[in-house]
Design a protein. Sequence first.
Length: 188
Amino acid sequence: MSLALRRAPRMRVAEFLEMIRHRPDEERWELLDGEAVLMAPQDERHQLIVSNLLAALRPLVAKFGCRALPGLGLRNDFVDDDAPIPDVIVRCGPLLPDGYARDPLVVAEVLSPSTLNNDRGRKAAFYQGLQTLRASLIVYADEARVERWSRGNGPDATMRILGRNDVIPLPDLGGEIPVAALYDGIPL
């Protein structure tokens, strides 16, 4: 005799937003492939890398009147079962009426053991579907390594692995960031 496993139906963004509206502010939830996922607090190493990345991005984005921000969610009007929260988003335009951007130029994820599969899998696939996205960064927390995914004018993305002595080219922001700057003050 065989048994079929019953899977819960995929949650839609509207249901997800209704669910989290009643949750405490200190809880951070994201929607991945129709599944509501509670995010664990990041450790100090993770937060330092995010802080260093934001500090390195701010002078680049300021030239264009854009912002580098942590903790904003992402939405895609063509995908109704995902609303991830990357560690860093670069976006331009007017301030958002809610906590969800639809127009990031750059997103970045700092890898941790508990988020590795989602950051490199489900979330990365969602990011590639965003029409405005020019670059996606995967930043390793335990070694000086960054994976830079970039898209030119076409749909295809290219990936480049960068080490401590490299720079992260961000031509759409008119500059670059030294990989070493992301790990300033962090023992590796």
